[in-house]
Design a protein around this ligand. Sequence first.
Ligand code: RIB
Ligand code: CA
Length: 310
Amino acid sequence: MPTPVIIDCDPGHDDVFALWLAAGNPEIDLRAVTTVSGNGYLKYTTLNARIALSVAGVEGIPVSAGAAAPLQRELTPADWIHGENALGGPELPTPTVPEDPRTAVQLIADTLKASDEPVTLIPTGPLTNIATFLMAHPELRDKIKEIIWMGGSTGRGNVGAYPEFNAWVDPEAADYVVRSGIPLTMVGLNISHQALITEEVIQRIGAIGNTTGAFGVELLRFFCNSYNEVEGMLEGPLHDPITVAIAIDRAVATVQRAHVDVETKGAFTSGATCIDLHDMLGKEKNVDVAITLDVDRFWSLIVDAVTALD
Ligand code: RIB
Ligand code: CA
């Protein structure tokens, strides 16, 4: 049976591929999409989620907007990677997929209540919506199977020295979710930087010959160009869809259970995920930390999903 999933995202180039992988793979039953401010302001991330589904011909999946700002901090969009509108590169069409009038929290609550089985939450942006939902609906926690989050890092970060962007935008939300006790798999930069967008990958996606593939190539080229300019990386890391790949096939990644704390007070390290990989602290291990990626399998999942879309 396909796994029921809600994706909470901040599209964002890599978020789009997470949406497409979920929509295009038969092992996933994408029940709802919610958006959060992160890569861009909420108006952009919500519009971009609708565009991503529209371009791929994915209809009938509700899309609701969530938090316009982090729980306690000011938002700093990642326009240095994703561009002013959070989806730089291609000319963006007017979406055919409407915005659902419910808030993200309402849509998540309704989706969980309507499900016969627990639902997997896949946040690929800051955890503001997820934390807000958990605070507002403790009665629905048993309808959550697990959370698979793109965020954090076992090593260095991508915003300053240590914080990864999704955790850095809203450290308080990340701290709340990490300490929530809900089964959590963390897909950090340490594994996402194994999903490098090579020219061969771009060629494979372009060769599919459909609308989604052509749009995806433009996204990948813009994303790689940004990474080259900002981080000197010719091949950008396609972070977010690894979360969905794990929901499809646990064997696509190895994980290590470890104690994780999120720094919320550090003057220079706020948002850093402090991962005790060697159990030095003897604290309860609260997170499955993704470590290695089956890269060939990952890209095959991406290409197959894009092929299945319009
Ligand atoms: O640090 C990478 C994460 O930040 C990804 O989710 C990317 O989309 C941005 O949101
Ligand atoms: Ca994202």
